[in-house]
Design a protein around this ligand. Structure first.
Ligand SMILES: *[C@@H]1O[C@H](CO)[C@@H](O)[C@H](O)[C@H]1NC(C)=O
Ligand SMILES: *[C@@H]1O[C@H](CO)[C@@H](O)[C@H](O)[C@H]1NC(C)=O
Ligand SMILES: *[C@@H]1O[C@H](CO)[C@@H](O)[C@H](O)[C@H]1NC(C)=O
Ligand SMILES: *[C@@H]1O[C@H](CO)[C@@H](O)[C@H](O)[C@H]1NC(C)=O
Length: 408
């Protein structure tokens, strides 16, 4: 799935909203606006790292330890390092996660410490932060390599990102006269937004969250992700996320796999001559593409979280593009998962299928406690188009203006 960080057009759109704050929109100054918190998408947050004495460079690459004891440096995204073929493997090694069986949790590779840059602001994910940053516009970057774990299983980093978001919501609201916040997430970051909402007490949530706006996101994962898992070995070796199975070591991609609840047993999502895989067979699929370690983590940690997706119980709007060919089935006929598959498409935004988008209706509308929910389908708008096409941005401004003046 293509998941760039282009929040700049969206920010421009938010500034437009602020400038439109007139009596017609229920506010005379920008301070009449509800504070907005943006949660950037997958790979959009900036991460710094520090190497301790414990760090062991990959075999044959002693230069990867050059930053040892030299303090914090930019790990993601460090454009200089990622364009240097000698350094790229170092960054892949330092970015990967390991699963610590004793702690029953993911953590950084030994000797690597990381931190998210510029939490609370949009500086960590845009080059040109909006002028309202820190007043009524806030950013919640997070460590996108981690994901939620089911109750009873530790997920230390994700949980601390959730707690930090909670404190940011409180701060943003109190800085704006106690007004509840509008939470905007895009693509993968909807995972953090929803899990965050689930984990707050209902009364806190309903007092402090004015609206939950989910952009380019369906319920519980997409078929297009299977392609990444299948072909990672064959992925571009110049991409740090593919090099040495880097992104396969993360917790997050496993939470984006298609949900059995939405896709059911038929038709199959992956077809080969000898064997087909439905959404119920993804553990087997991961093992068959050579990733039995990830298969176990998927089965035990990611799948239960996917199956537990439910209504957030705060006013929610989902905005997604439709009308574009979107993968729903991959055929690796001769069973060679390293090759590019033949793809069967159906309706969607190019990445997110209409099926998972419409599933929001079942998940959210079936809950009598949900309250306001709206699904906005934008014809011919791509995954990223939702935050960059003029047509889509105009819709977002309308939605935000309405949300801002809504009384409940
Ligand atoms: C990027 O990586 C290079 C090579 O490791 C390092 O020298 C540089 O300081 C890093 N950039 C930042 C901004 O930390
Ligand atoms: C990536 O994972 C595959 C399957 O487990 C393994 O065969 C391969 O050696 C790994 N690649 C690297 C560079 O570690
Ligand atoms: C796999 O699925 C395809 C398409 O639904 C079907 O035609 C084929 O018979 C199935 N093959 C196996 C091995 O079950
Ligand atoms: C979507 O784009 C296609 C191809 O450009 C065009 O034929 C079609 O009319 C468009 N549909 C809508 C609803 O805009």
């Amino acid at each position: 799935m293509k998941m760039p960080c282009l929040v700049i057009p969206l920010l421009a759109c938010l500034c437009l909203l602020a400038s439109r704050s007139s009596p017609a929109y229920g506010a005379t100054t920008s301070s009449g606006l509800h504070p907005i918190i943006l949660v950037p998408s997958y790979t959009c947050s900036t991460l710094d790292a520090r190497l301790t004495d414990e760090y062991r460079p990959p075999p044959g690459m002693p230069w990867c330890g050059a930053m040892k004891g030299k303090g914090w440096f930019r790990l993601w995204k460090n454009y200089t390092a990622l364009q240097d073929p000698r350094l790229m493997p170092c960054y892949a090694d330092q970015l990967r996660l390991v699963f610590d069986h004793a702690a029953d949790d993911y953590r950084n590779a030994p000797g690597v410490e990381t931190r998210v840059v510029a939490f609370g602001t949009t500086r960590g994910f845009v080059d040109d932060p909006a002028t309202k940053d820190g007043e009524n516009l806030f950013g919640a970057p997070f460590d996108f390599r981690y994901a939620a774990a089911p109750p009873g299983q530790p997920s230390k980093v994700f949980d601390s990102d959730v707690s930090r978001l909670r404190r940011l919501v409180e701060h943003a609201s109190s800085k704006n006269g106690g007004k509840p916040v509008i939470l905007i997430s895009f693509s993968f970051s909807g995972h953090l937004a929803l899990q965050f909402l689930y984990r707050t007490p209902l009364r806190w949530r309903q007092r402090l969250v004015k609206h939950n706006l989910l952009l380019s996101r369906g319920v519980g994962g997409e078929v297009v992700l299977l392609k990444i898992f299948a072909a990672e070995d064959a992925g571009p070796s110049s991409n740090v996320l593919f090099y040495a199975n880097t992104s396969r070591s993360f917790a997050s991609p496993l939470t984006m796999l298609p949900s059995p609840k939405v896709f059911g047993r038929a038709p199959p999502l992956v077809v080969t001559r000898d064997k087909n895989y439905s959404a119920f067979d993804l553990t087997e699929f991961l093992a068959d593409v050579g990733f039995s370690d990830a298969a176990a983590r998927y089965q035990r940690r990611a799948l239960p979280v996917t199956l537990a997706i439910r209504a957030p119980l705060v006013p929610t709007t989902c905005v997604v593009g439709v009308g574009l060919p979107t993968p729903v089935q991959l055929t690796f006929w001769d069973g060679d998962f390293g090759k590019m598959p033949q793809v069967v498409n159906a309706d969607g935004n190019g990445d997110v299928t209409l099926k998972t988008v419409l599933a929001w209706r079942t998940v959210i509308e079936n809950d009598p406690d949900q309250g306001y929910f709206k699904l906005v389908l934008l014809p011919n708008v791509t995954h990223n188009g939702v935050i960059s096409d003029d047509f889509a941005l105009k819709q977002l401004v309308e939605i935000l203006a309405a949300v801002n003046q809504a009384t409940s």
